[in-house]
Design a protein around this ligand. Structure first.
Ligand code: B12
Ligand code: SF4
Length: 362
């Protein structure tokens, strides 16, 4: 079968996105990696190539899968309308973060099924059944839209991240030079973990793994890193540094394997503040940038959002990262000319600072 997987473009009026970063569509590369048999799979990245009609005509797909964050919902529905208008027999599938948290928003006649949560195994099963012309009902994590929605809950089948195939990065070969985050270019992404052990009030991510922190084995990460050609690598996690012991082992293995890259990852301020030796070790193997959520300038506010960290940790983390000359994301914090201090940063201003600072670095 011919399968087209589509990464939608950012809606015109949405903040952020393509002007200061385009990350590889890791979700679609994972899905492609999971499709068994000799199916013909293509990835279309509409942030870089807008011509869906051309690809529909040229490829004549049997199945089209589109990924969607909440910000993409309306865009994605319009894409499915376009696909069904091209050929109503094309089987349409939506998945991704929005489908996981709010599948009802995709109840529309131009979408045939909705996949919630980790999509690799459910999508593989869908493709197998379509190929064999079997009934699609009853697949865990899938909402079938025949005669009204039938929702089959996800179950626990996807807690082992090492059981997933490696992402098919070869399918984005033509785009790869264009993936970047500000001055880190070309940039690849790799997932090393999923979920979080903290319970911040504003965050949905810990709920998606039912409160668990799922991790890949360091050996497996190193093996995948060895297949990545790009010099810059982003860790597509919810929180990368949480298991400090494991991250120490990972750093050692990367060093031993002779892999030299420039890394960008997520780290909580308390982890950075309490484990400067780990950050130093990572600096030695190429850590260049840490995405830190400082959120508030008063402990009372941090407590209110259940951050589980403190203003003191925030200040110490900034000090540790600055002393090691590691970029702090948002970047203004590490800019010596910046008039902004740590204590002035909060959630909303942080986003503005990312945009201003990113623009000024180009
Ligand atoms: C990297 C990243 C980005 C990158 C872009 C990545 C990309 N490829 O486009 C950047 C930094 C640009 C970014 C931006 C934003 N992001 Co972001 N991002 C992430 C992050 C950290 C990793 C994404 C990733 O690669 N995950 C790994 C892949 C393998 O997992 P996955 O995406 O979940 O895919 C699996 C399943 O969902 C499913 N699946 C996914 N798609 C499909 C499609 C089909 C057909 C099927 C069957 C299954 C399926 O199967 C996949 C494989 O198992 C996630 C958090 C996270 N850990 O996922 C947040 C996250 C996705 N981002 C989020 C948000 C809010 C945003 C922004 C809106 C932030 C903002 N205010 O600007 C913007 C939106 C961008 C835009 N304007 O278009 C939220 C989304 C919440 C939501 N409900 O939509 C997340 C979950 C983080 C959070 N804070 O909660 N982001
Ligand atoms: S530390 Fe980060 S990933 Fe974990 S719950 Fe808080 S905001 Fe979410």
């Amino acid at each position: 079968m011919k399968i087209l997987l589509v990464q939608p473009a950012k809606p015109e009026k949405a903040l952020g996105g393509e002007d200061f970063s385009i990350f590889e569509p890791l979700a679609l590369e994972y899905l492609a990696g999971g499709v068994a048999g000799d199916h013909d799979v293509r990835i279309l990245d509409m942030r870089l190539d807008h011509d869906l009609d051309f690809h529909l005509r040229d490829f004549q797909p049997d199945v089209v899968g589109v990924t969607s964050y909440t910000v993409h919902v309306n865009t994605v529905k319009r894409l499915f309308q376009q696909i069904k208008a091209f050929n109503p027999d094309v089987f349409t599938v939506v998945g991704g973060h929005h489908a996981t948290v709010m599948h009802q928003d995709f109840y529309t006649p131009c979408i045939d099924i909705i996949v919630m949560g980790e999509g690799v195994f459910p999508f593989r099963e869908v493709v197998l059944r379509l190929e064999k012309k079997k009934d699609l009902a009853g697949i865990p994590g899938v909402v079938c839209m025949e005669n009204g929605p039938i929702v089959i809950p996800q179950g626990n089948q996807n807690s082992d991240l090492d059981a997933l195939p490696f992402p098919r990065r070869d399918l984005t070969a033509d785009y790869r030079k264009s993936y970047f985050s500000e001055w880190m270019k070309p940039l690849a992404s790799i997932r090393t973990s999923k979920g979080c052990l903290f319970r911040c009030k504003f965050c949905a991510l810990w709920k998606l793994t039912k409160g668990r922190y799922l991790t890949r084995k360091p050996e497996c990460i190193v093996e995948e890193l060895g297949t990545i050609g790009e010099k810059c690598v982003f860790f597509a996690d919810d929180e990368s540094l949480l298991d400090t012991k494991r991250m120490g082992v990972l750093a050692d293995l990367i060093q031993r394997a002779g892999i030299r890259k420039r890394y960008f990852l997520y780290g909580r301020s308390d982890t950075v503040a309490k484990h400067p030796e780990l950050i130093e070790k990572w600096k030695e193997i190429g850590l260049e940038r840490v995405f830190v959520g400082l959120e508030f300038m008063r402990d009372a506010d941090l407590k209110l959002i259940r951050k589980g960290s403190s203003v003191q940790n925030n200040a110490t983390a900034v000090k540790v990262l600055k002393s090691l000359d590691i970029d702090i994301f948002p970047p203004s914090l590490s800019d010596p000319n910046s008039t902004v201090t740590t204590s002035q940063i909060c959630g909303n201003t942080a986003l503005t600072l990312i945009l201003i600072s990113s623009a000024s670095r180009y």
